[in-house]
Design a protein around this ligand. Structure first.
Ligand code: CP
Length: 312
């Protein structure tokens, strides 16, 4: 959701979730991302965020999200500061709120926050005057991933209205899946979640969401298929008997993709465990949009930063 909040005498906006965003708000961000893609290529908008200092505070590891936010901020002329959590005073026990208030007092105007605790970006938005962007919080939400996924699917399929999108894997524990459910439904898509019963529990009966417990049923007629990272650190014993069992029943490959609509693309938020949730051939083959998802991260995050700072 895009929230207005007091920020001194001005107004700061936050992007904490896609839940609650309207179709028009999402489409505006996707259209703005297309504009930002051209602006980056043509090196226009180089001073749009010159007055801003963007802070990056990643309390969990990240490659795609952190790097693309940094490149997005620099492409628009912002000053960027990366907290570098590991080498910071967080290790001396400084609280999240104290750390963020310190960043604010040094001049950070908008903060990109990733944290293992669901809800941490909401605490940041309540406790500081900075504009807050959620870069992934616990199992709760990953709004900019959902936006770049929607942009990537829109490029491949055109309008998502009435399209059937299959999301396969550990849906229950995935912030990416949770955010995609909201954004794709807001854009008019039908959703089918598929996975071992423990990983799709709780989705039955949700408006606009079908549940499948076999890979064939999950893929049947799907216009696009997104598979999720199996969280190796907790997969075994947390809903599936073993990784080998999971891969045998749920790994995407070309043969299984024959159940989907002809030419249906494959997406994955990354990082992938090739050979576990999908084959290397599929991840690197012509159906794969995984590289395009990464490319789309920069213009989407340019659009997000321009929006929360009020520059666009
Ligand atoms: N998809 C995603 O959030 O990747 P990173 O963890 O590398 O940022």
């Amino acid at each position: 959701m895009i929230l207005d909040a007091p920020r001194g005498t001005e107004r700061a906006r936050h992007i904490l979730d896609v839940e609650g965003m309207t179709r028009d708000e999402i489409l505006r961000l996707l259209d703005l991302a297309d504009t930002m893609r051209s602006a980056r290529a043509e090196r226009t908008h180089r001073t749009l965020l010159e007055p801003e200092t963007i802070g990056l505070a990643f309390y969990e590891g990240s490659t795609r999200t952190r790097v693309s936010f940094e490149l997005a901020a620099r492409a628009l002329g912002a000053t960027v500061v990366d907290l570098g959590v590991e080498g910071s005073s967080v290790g001396k026990g400084e609280s999240l709120v104290d750390t963020l208030r310190t960043l604010e007092r040094t001049g950070v105007t908008a903060l990109v926050l990733r944290h293992a605790s669901s809800g941490a970006p909401y605490l940041a938005a309540r406790s500081t005057g900075m504009a807050i962007v959620n870069a992934g919080d616990g199992m709760h939400a990953h709004p900019t991933q959902a936006l770049l996924d929607a942009l990537t699917m829109r490029e491949a399929l055109g309008s998502l209205e009435g399209r059937l999108i299959a999301i396969v894997g550990d849906v229950a524990h995935s912030r990416v899946a949770r955010s995609n459910l909201h954004s794709l439904r807001a854009l008019g898509a039908r959703i089918r979640v598929g996975g071992p019963p423990a990983w799709v529990a709780g989705f039955s009966g949700r408006d606009g969401v079908e549940v499948a417990t076999s890979i064939e049923d999950a893929l049947d007629g799907a216009d696009a298929v997104m598979t999720l990272r199996v969280q190796l650190e907790r997969a075994a014993g947390a809903g599936v008997p073993s990784l080998r069992e999971y891969s045998r029943s749920w790994r995407l490959d070309e043969r299984r993709m024959a159940h989907a609509a002809p030419g249906a693309p494959v997406l994955h938020p990354g990082p992938t465990n090739e050979g576990v949730e999908l084959t290397s051939d599929l991840a690197n083959g012509p159906r794969s949009l995984i590289a395009r998802q990464v490319e789309n991260g920069v213009p989407v995050r340019m659009a997000v930063l321009a929006t929360v700072t009020g520059a666009a």
